[in-house]
Design a protein around this ligand. Structure first.
Ligand code: NAD
Length: 299
């Protein structure tokens, strides 16, 4: 089986810096690539904050963290960043033009052996496969935000991904502490969002049509399935802005009156009032003590 030693993470934004640190922590030599040194300095500062989360949430030792820092390199020159890479994980902005431009450059600069993986949440690997110059060595590897805690590693093939690439990336996902989740065919939203988006959407549909209030909807789901959160508790974690963006895209496309009302309400009652979910202390619930955590909520 193909195995990796040197990994380059391209893009050190919200997800990229987490992927880089997680990978270095688990023993790989990691090069962090971003467009300029300013972005790389930001990543360095974020690694320090992330270390605290590793200590608090995973109870890791300072020695383990020091070793992870020793394995991190930085470069804003793509040729230098990928010259020894066995694997490049792409976490550049969710914009098709930026991604295409990135893959066109990467295709000419990376060694022939290098495998490429995209972390794109909403685009499919087949959209970029030809630009990589090596479609059989290209796959999606999708992480969730706060990857050290929410450790899903969804590995998704496109039609031309080779089995060797697929297996190697699944193995790599396990090696960096992910639960490796093989997806054999392209699926927009992978598994997690294929399940989650319809659930959240159904919850909002019931709420906006005044079928039931949010607490009753959440309570129903929690009692009936044993789930720790209902759709509105989850929406607060995901963030109202993300929910707004997803619904806005659907509403613009379909002009469905229920979706349009959801979008309008999320904007006027939540976004405009700073109620963005757990992150701002207020969304559908108020934090840190949301009512669904009350002892008698489920009675
Ligand atoms: P982000 O905007 O926070 O970060 C993008 C980074 O890429 C920035 O550091 C930026 O400087 C850098 N960048 C810009 N142009 C570049 C280029 N040409 N080459 C290299 N780097 C470049 O984005 P993000 O939220 O980290 O998302 C990155 C990818 O990860 C997207 O494909 C997104 O769908 C996916 N993703 C995001 C999340 C999330 O919760 N944010 C979750 C899963 C997957």
């Amino acid at each position: 089986m193909i195995s990796f030693k040197n990994v380059t993470v391209a893009g050190s934004g919200v997800l990229g810096y987490q992927i880089a640190f997680q990978t270095a922590f688990h023993g790989f030599e990691v090069t962090v690539y971003d467009i300029n040194d300013e972005a790389l300095s930001k990543a360095k500062a974020k690694f320090k904050i992330l270390s605290e989360a590793f200590i608090n949430d995973l109870h890791v030792t300072q020695e383990q963290l020091d070793a992870a820092f020793q394995r991190l390199r930085y470069s804003s020159d793509l040729a230098t960043a990928v010259k020894d890479a066995d694997l490049v994980i792409e976490a550049v902005p969710e914009n098709p033009e930026i991604k295409i431009d990135f893959y066109q450059k990467l295709a000419t600069l990376a060694p022939q052996k290098t495998i490429f993986a995209t972390n794109s949440s909403t685009m499919l690997p087949s959209q970029f496969a030809t630009y990589t110059g090596r479609p059989s060595q290209f796959v999606a590897l999708h992480f969730a935000n706060e990857i050290w805690k929410h450790n899903t590693g969804e590995v998704m093939k496109h039609a031309d991904t080779s089995d060797d690439t697929f297996q190697a990336v699944l193995e790599f996902a396990k090696q960096i502490g992910m639960v490796a989740l093989p997806i054999y065919k392209e699926q927009p939203g992978y598994i997690v969002n294929s399940l989650l988006v319809p659930l959240l959407s159904a919850g909002m549909d019931l709420w906006i049509r005044d079928i039931a209030d949010i607490e009753t909807i959440d309570k129903t789901w929690m009692v009936a399935t044993g789930a720790p959160l209902g759709p509105f508790g989850i929406l607060d974690v995901v963030g109202i802005t993300t929910a707004y963006n997803i619904n806005k895209m659907a509403a613009d496309k379909t002009q469905d009156p229920v979706k349009l009302k959801i979008v309008e309400t999320l904007k006027s009652e939540f976004i405009d009032k700073g109620r963005l979910g757990v992150a701002t202390g207020k969304g559908f619930y108020t934090y840190p003590n949301p009512s669904y955590r009350n002892e008698d909520f489920l009675k």
